[in-house]
Design a protein around this ligand. Structure first.
Ligand code: GCU
Length: 606
């Protein structure tokens, strides 16, 4: 009895924690008021602004008291004791991480409080107002005018809260507690090979909507018929039922009115024979308008189909080889977490100059600029959930967290033609608990979006009987649509010469993508090709790997590790790494290494 009650509480708690319905559809293009810019901050390693000296959360105390930073207390008179003052503090840029902005916060992992004051006059008093965050790493508590709005867990997906009931015309203050401490039960967990940038790392904005507004829609090509546009629309608000919604796609002569059911939902199919299909060589986006008598959203959507047929990937029914590269979300312009459209364009331009038609956004959902620019620039995209290495597989909170992050990125990007693959995980050790976790996540993803392919970056094994033969012995390989794996022959596994000795025995009749291979090189360091860290070693490694991988019959694509050298606290070799993983084909200063041209030539030949 006690056990069931506990389980019920956990699930109920997880429901509240992770259900921030309703979402706001197309927050990226909706009219909004930006709260980006300088925010005051307080570094609070002991979380002194959240807990009292008995480590009880101030939130649960009545009265809350002056100690709680989220009240933004000000000294009222001589006797009043207030031991903090946001307005006298230094500022941090939002969006942005704190590690690359402040030398003293370079290694900092813990809590930082942010405060922003603002005035806001609603366009219409009946309207609703939401505060929207593109993302904040990792655990975020949000307060408006001293009241708790809610909490979000996960560093790479958007979240929003309705603030209509708390908003004033003048002197509002939003206070955000961001804690990027790594935890065993976290997603990702304690150990990663990237810098754990903390902060409000993506855009913050206020979005005003009518009382009943368009909260969700997916408009894509029917998976079975390229001449059918099928979709779902959902309204939220008191007049969501029996409401007309007009769908307009001028260039396709589409203007149709649908009526919502009592739940405020519409499912539709529209036949059209004039669609110009989205592809890397034709990144055609259509202006799509959804309008009700109160609300309107305008989006730009490309129409394409993506399938896996036996060992081939079909884009719009035609076989395609994914000429890719892996990318971390780090600004190639100023370092630190990338957050701007300029960063996105720079990274995708680099990939274009390599001859890519595809990018793997590793190991977590990147900011929305990346997928919006991929749509515009004609770059196919792999998006990944940060289920990385040794996650706490048996922990239901950890699973709910991973599932929620998947739900949030699908909600944000399900109308992006560029996004073709959802990846469940990276390099996770096989076990019963892990398989259950990943299969559950895969099933959940299929229910949320049946139009895209599912994969995961798996690991290779030695073939049990065939010498010098690599294979995949992972039951999750049977569940995915695309079989992907990381392999480091020539770097962690021997030297480049070893490639010539390796055979591959892949039993699954599925498309194979090499999600990672590569080796480190310090730009400008030259020597013989046998000398690690030289550009010649990396060049040789690429030459040998590309020859070796071409021996895989089902090879349908690759995303070598990695486009640009990136920060990692695991990389400490002085004079070479200096906190950079040096497997980039381009240095952090934008300098192209010799291996860059090996891959560029290979893609030219493809
Ligand atoms: C792993 C991992 C990456 C890591 C890379 C490396 O395969 O997926 O996150 O950076 O190897 O060791 O460089």
């Amino acid at each position: 009895m006690k056990k069931t009650y506990l389980l019920f509480c956990t699930v109920f708690f997880l429901q509240i924690l992770y259900s921030q319905e309703p979402f706001i559809a197309n927050a990226y293009l909706r009219n909004s008021t930006s709260l980006n810019g300088y925010w005051k901050y307080i570094v609070d390693p002991y979380e002194n602004g959240f807990y009292n000296y008995r480590y009880e959360p101030f939130e649960n105390l009545k009265p809350t008291g002056n100690g709680a930073f989220f009240t933004n207390a000000k000294r009222k008179d001589f006797a009043d004791l207030v031991e903090y003052d946001f307005d006298k503090m230094d500022s941090l840029q939002v969006p942005g991480d704190w590690n690359s902005q402040k030398e003293k916060l370079y290694y900092y992992e813990g809590t930082v409080w942010y405060k922003k004051s603002f005035d806001y006059v609603k366009k219409d008093t009946k309207n609703r107002v939401f505060i929207y965050f593109g993302g904040a790493n990792y655990e975020t508590d949000i307060y408006l005018n001293g009241k708790k709005l809610g909490k979000h867990i996960g560093g790479f997906t958007p979240f929003q809260f309705e603030i209509s009931h708390l908003l004033k015309e003048k002197d509002n203050f939003i206070i955000v507690k961001v804690d990027n401490k790594r935890t065993k039960e976290g997603v990702p967990t304690l150990n990663t090979d990237w810098w754990n940038y903390g902060g409000i790392t993506r855009d913050v904005k206020l979005i005003e909507t009518p009382e009943t507004y368009i909260t969700d829609y997916q408009i894509q090509l029917d998976v079975k018929n390229q001449n059918i546009i099928s979709g779902k629309i959902k309204l939220s608000g008191t007049t969501k039922a029996n409401t007309n919604v007009v769908l307009e796609i001028d260039e396709l002569d589409i203007k149709q009115t649908f009526t919502t059911d009592k739940e405020g939902r519409i499912n539709f199919k529209i036949k059209n024979n004039n669609i110009s299909y989205w592809s890397p060589s034709n990144p055609k986006l259509y202006k799509v308008i959804l309008r009700t008598h109160q609300d309107q959203v305008i989006d730009s959507i490309g129409f394409r189909t993506i399938e896996a047929k036996e060992s081939t990937i079909l884009l719009n029914g035609e076989s395609i080889f994914l000429k890719g590269i892996s990318i971390h979300e780090e600004s190639p312009i100023k370092g630190g977490r990338s957050a701007s459209i300029e960063d996105a364009i720079q990274l995708l331009e680099y990939a274009k100059s390599l001859g890519c038609n595809y990018v793997r956004l590793a190991h977590y959902p990147h900011n929305e600029h990346m997928v919006r620019m991929a749509d515009k620039m004609g770059m196919l995209v792999w998006e990944e959930n940060p289920v990385y290495w040794t996650i706490d597989w048996n922990n239901s909170k950890t699973y709910a967290n991973a599932q929620n992050q998947m739900a949030e990125v699908i909600h944000r990007d399900k109308n992006r033609a560029s996004v073709i693959i959802w990846s469940m995980a990276n390099e996770t050790p096989t076990s019963k608990a892990r398989n259950k976790f990943l299969n559950q996540l895969l099933q959940f993803t299929r229910t949320k979006d049946s139009t895209r392919l599912i994969s995961a970056a798996l690991e290779i094994q030695e073939h049990p009987t065939l010498p010098n033969t690599k294979t995949i012995m992972d039951s999750f390989a049977d569940a995915v649509d695309i079989l992907s794996f990381n392999q480091y022959i020539g770097w962690y596994d021997g030297t480049p010469e070893k490639c010539a000795t390796i055979n591959w025995k892949i039993n699954q009749n599925k498309p194979v993508i090499i999600s990672e291979f590569g080796g480190g090189a310090k730009f400008g360091l030259h020597g013989i090709k046998e000398d690690r860290w030289t550009e010649e070693y990396q060049e040789f490694l690429y030459q040998e790997n590309l020859k070796m991988l071409s021996r895989i019959e089902q090879l349908s694509g690759m995303s070598p590790w990695i486009l640009v050298d990136f920060k990692s606290p695991r990389r400490v070799l002085p004079g070479i790494q200096d906190n950079f993983n040096r497997k980039g084909l381009i240095s952090e200063k934008g300098e192209k290494k010799k291996a860059f041209f090996v891959l560029q030539n290979y893609y030219k030949s493809k």
